[in-house]
Design a protein around this ligand. Structure first.
Ligand SMILES: Cc1cc2nc3c(=O)[nH]c(=O)nc-3n(C[C@H](O)[C@H](O)[C@H](O)COP(=O)(O)OP(=O)(O)OC[C@H]3O[C@@H](n4cnc5c(N)ncnc54)[C@H](O)[C@@H]3O)c2cc1C
Length: 496
């Protein structure tokens, strides 16, 4: 995040036992590392249960045991077709897809075999259509949304947690069998000439390629922007926790819990939450293991991280959830919306740094998995065996492969969604999601998966307005004109 700072250190990585869901023996034989204290956290008193904020995560970083084909520094041949910076989901997927066609690829990352730190949630149908369903380690047949204490919506769309180990292993295996080389280093600098680019690594090694792809995540400084980066942020605090009890049905994933009754005795938190609401996202694995995340869907300026944690303490206490052990902690900061990178430019981008994160939800993984083959196709057209298109025509084609006009226009619409959400308080947000999840599932599902065309998005808006309650229509009419005008202006700019 050029301004795109990853404010927090990466969360500890999962242990294999977690991915296999066999935690019990470890829990029962292991003492918590820190005893819950009664310390107060910015006004929140720990309950008789203590606060989970005092608990240290039990999991330790884990590496995959996998035989990669390493770049040999003694090798005088340091030129590839494509260099991919970063082996997150985006970088590995692109490397996997490009290398299928015999294009020579080298991936560079300080730790290519480390387990990814984030807990990824996806809709099952998205991974099914990509042939990646074997990478899901837990699925829920339904999801639910608590609008308030009196209203809950049950959504007939299965949700899943991605098995990070299975997913990364699969991508690495495919890369390995396609001959992708790996280099363990941090890239310091990317340099461009007319037909070639090169990278300089922190170990002094310099590698050259026809194309450098930046997949180094939100904090990248290699991809350039020519407009101010006025994005919103999703901020969240998550824990994978061993608990005595939790109130959630095991066959339903809680996509959003907007209830605020837990703030009844916290007037200050309640007032803030009414203006800048947060919700709980919960994945119940079994009756004693649950992933819980207090989330600010989008805020600008950024909601304070401590505030998010304090609201979570109050919520868990109200729900009677006593955290015995924090197994993993997830500190989440996702920049959303804002301008796209300059198109085209000499470095190609994919993943967090390329603008593909959904501006209204923060989701990105499934979409990147679907877009990487398209970008790979454009690269192969230029650098594959029969053609040799390099320099500006190459950059032009790959960037337009990722961001053709139609996709840029639909992104404007999703950004409009984000700008609208930014203007809603708790009541407005509840009314919005109440109407949103009453839409024909084709529309709300398509919106969340970024799969609707511009025409469909317009139909969605009309339908949303028609379904909305009168106060919600009032919200739309009074709060949307400025974001709407901005969107229309941007669409016009794109179309010229
Ligand atoms: C906590 C969290 C939870 C999320 N949960 C979800 C979710 O549930 N569902 C969803 O769809 N999206 C989610 N996202 C959003 C998004 O999908 C993730 O951020 C995703 O990891 C982005 O993938 P990426 O490959 O672009 O970048 P990253 O996963 O950030 O990977 C970047 C890689 O680049 C490497 N790198 C960085 N700098 C350099 C350098 N200079 N040289 C070499 N290598 C470098 C890093 O070591 C890392 O391996 C989440 C994001 C966060 C932060």
């Amino acid at each position: 995040m050029a301004t795109l700072i990853r404010l927090f250190p990466p969360a500890p990585e999962a242990k294999t036992f977690l991915l296999n869901h066999k935690p019990t023996p470890l829990f029962s034989s292991r003492k918590p590392q820190t005893t819950p204290s009664r310390k107060s956290h910015h006004g929140i008193q720990s309950s008789k249960f203590g606060s989970f904020l005092d608990l240290k995560p039990l999991s330790k970083p884990e590496s995959l045991d996998f035989d990669l084909s390493w770049f040999d520094p003694a090798d005088r041949h340091r030129c590839f077709d494509v260099i991919v910076i970063g082996t997150g989901p985006a970088g590995l997927r692109l490397a996997e897809q490009v290398s299928r066609y015999g294009v020579k690829v080298c991936c560079v990352d300080p730790s290519p075999l480390s387990m990814w730190p984030n807990n990824y949630g996806v809709w099952v149908d998205e991974f099914e259509s990509l042939g990646l369903v074997d990478c899901l380690d837990k699925t829920w047949p339904m999801t639910c949304v608590y609008i308030d204490d009196d209203k809950t919506k049950y959504l007939d769309r299965p949700y899943a947690r991605v098995g990070r180990k299975e997913f990364k292993t699969k991508l690495l295996e495919n890369c390995a069998s396609n001959g992708v080389r790996f280099h363990k280093a941090k890239v310091w600098k990317v340099k461009h000439e007319e037909f070639e680019s090169s990278i300089v690594c922190d170990d002094g090694i310099e590698l050259r390629a026809s194309l450098v792809v930046d997949a180094s995540g939100f904090a990248s400084t290699f991809t350039e922007y020519d407009k101010p980066r006025n994005h919103g942020y999703q901020i969240a605090h998550g824990i994978l926790a061993e608990v005595d009890y939790h109130p959630f049905d095991l066959d339903k994933m809680v996509l959003m819990d907007w209830r605020d009754s837990h703030l009844g005795n916290e007037p200050c938190l309640r007032a803030n939450n009414s203006k800048l609401p947060t919700f709980l996202y919960a994945m119940p694995f079994d009756s004693n293991l649950v992933f819980l995340e207090e989330t600010s869907l989008v805020s600008k300026p950024l909601l304070s991280y401590m505030e998010v944690k304090n609201r979570m303490v109050a919520r868990l206490r109200h729900l009677g959830i006593r955290v015995k052990n924090v197994i993993e902690e997830e500190k989440c900061l996702i920049p959303m919306g804002g301008p796209l990178p300059r198109i085209p430019q000499s470095v190609m981008a994919i993943g967090g740094t390329s603008g593909v994160v959904h501006p209204s939800t923060g989701y990105m993984v499934a979409r990147t998995m679907a877009l990487a083959p398209i970008v790979a196709g454009a690269i192969v057209e230029c650098l594959g065996s029969t053609r040799m298109i390099r320099g500006r025509p190459l950059h032009h084609r790959v960037w337009n492969g990722l961001w053709p006009l139609e996709r840029r226009c639909t992104r404007e619409f999703y950004s409009f969604g984000m700008e609208t959400l930014l203007k809603l308080d708790l009541k407005g947000t509840r009314r919005f999601f109440d109407a949103f999840f009453d839409l024909d599932p084709y529309y709300w599902q398509g919106f969340l998966s970024s799969s609707l065309s511009l025409g469909e998005l317009l139909l969605l808006s009309f339908s949303l307005f028609r379904n909305a309650s009168n106060p919600s229509r009032f919200d739309i009419v009074t709060k949307c004109p400025v974001p709407l005008a901005r969107m229309v202006g941007n669409l016009a700019h794109e179309a010229i």
